[in-house]
Design a protein around this ligand. Structure first.
Ligand SMILES: C[S@@+](CC[C@H](N)C(=O)[O-])C[C@H]1O[C@@H](n2cnc3c(N)ncnc32)[C@H](O)[C@@H]1O
Ligand code: SF4
Length: 374
């Protein structure tokens, strides 16, 4: 555990230094593998089908092996591989055997994933917790558990927007993930098993509750923090709502977002749980990111899609800059087209994106292009 913490500290330190100096890493160290775009839910806020029009297929074992060959052949292993694309990773039938294969071939790489939690069962918990390679899990959830939601009261009718592009009105969740009792029970079990393991001094993944911020959601966010603390999550991640897939949807104003984050920080501190937001850069981070001149993501990151094609960001999955089935990692990463993505100033394809920025790039009512953050 101590070794893992030291490794993370070292990796964060080198990332900070790179950002401060405005240089890219020699090879990408943060890798996102789109193992599937199939999903068991269809959240109204999610741009995967209506906007990104992702192919609803899984990565094959053959593609995984080809991609891993490229990483094994490159100098130094990735620091992290996140097994999440525009779908639910646990939908992939071979999810755990993919994790095992990564652990075998890249033993120094931390594996993580983001899940809507709806497929978590006792068996899945057992499988996750028996794998040391899995060090990070984000569980996405915006709606309060139903008994708690009843206490807050139903949403006013005019706020039950639903997604007009999908032709429906959402009466249950407010555009984000719903939280039925079965999901709460399974998450409670997963967290309690995880925390028991950690208490015995055994390696256990960090499990975060990931919450997308909607306007006027202070009370819901406050209760979600309480819920996260009560279940035993290690931290809460607050995520900026990307409205570029939902031109009709409003996100909090920048000022409201600041207030939400400040309130959430205070509540999390009271409840003894860590709070993170990639959009809340402290003064040191703001300096390192040259005041939003350099995207915090692009210095060391690649997105590998279900076919092994490489894009500079999950938000730009159609912007293919290489193919790991036919090219080396070095060839893809050092191509002039890839290098052009790292600041200062946004690449034209990034215009209007503020997913990893401190400030807003555009007024929340006038979104420009497509995308969101898996
Ligand atoms: C696309 S999902 C894929 C993983 C998994 N299905 C899940 O929902 O956690 C990854 C993350 O994107 C977030 N997300 C979806 N739509 C979003 C939006 N419009 N703006 C910001 N984040 C969004 C989800 O809340 C989730 O945390
Ligand atoms: S946010 Fe996640 S769970 Fe919801 S539709 Fe998108 S991929 Fe599926």
């Amino acid at each position: 555990m101590a070794a893992r913490k030291l490794r993370t500290l070292y990796r964060n330190g080198t990332k900070f230094a790179r950002l401060a100096l405005g240089v890219r890493s020699r090879l990408p160290r943060e890798v996102q593998l789109e193992i599937t775009n199939r999903c068991n839910l269809d959240c109204d806020m999610c741009p995967r089908l209506v906007l990104l029009k992702v192919p609803e297929i899984d990565m094959s074992r053959e593609t995984l092996e080809r991609v891993l060959d490229r990483f094994v052949a490159a100098e130094g292993q990735p620091h992290s591989i996140t097994l999440t694309g525009w779908g639910e990773p646990l939908m992939h039938k071979e999810f755990f055997s993919f994790v095992d294969r990564i652990a075998e071939r890249l033993p120094e790489t931390d594996v993580g994933f983001t899940t809507n939690g709806h497929l978590v069962t006792k068996r899945i918990t057992e499988q996750v917790l028996s794998r040391e390679a899995i060090t990070r899990i984000n569980v996405s959830l915006e709606e309060l558990p139903w008994e708690d939601a009843a206490a807050v009261g139903p949403l006013p009718v005019d706020e039950r927007t639903g997604n007009p592009m999908k032709g429906g009105i959402n009466y249950v969740a407010r555009d984000g993930h719903p939280t039925p009792p079965k999901v709460v029970d399974h998450l409670r079990h997963m967290l309690s098993e995880r925390n028991a393991k950690a208490a015995r001094g055994e390696p256990a993944p960090e499990i975060r509750l990931q919450v997308v911020l909607f306007p006027d959601s202070a009370e819901t966010v406050r209760r979600l923090i309480d819920f996260g603390a009560e279940l035993g999550f290690q931290a809460i991640n607050l995520v900026r709502l990307d409205v570029r897939g939902r031109p009709d949807l409003r996100r909090p104003s920048y000022e409201e977002e600041r207030e939400l984050i400040a309130m959430a920080r205070a509540r999390a501190a009271e409840r003894g749980i860590e709070l993170g937001s990639v959009n809340d850069h402290n003064s040191i981070l703001r300096m390192a990111a040259h005041d939003d001149q350099f995207c915090m993501r692009l210095d060391s990151y690649i997105y590998v899609d279900v076919e092994g094609q490489v894009a500079p960001c999950c938000l730009l999955r159609g912007h293919r800059l290489g193919d790991l089935k036919t090219q080396s990692l070095d060839e893809v990463w050092t191509s002039p087209a890839f290098k052009r993505f790292y600041g200062p100033g946004p690449h034209p394809a990034c215009e209007g994106c503020d997913a990893f920025m401190h400030r807003y790039a555009h007024d929340n009512a006038t979104p420009a292009v497509a995308g969101s953050t898996p």
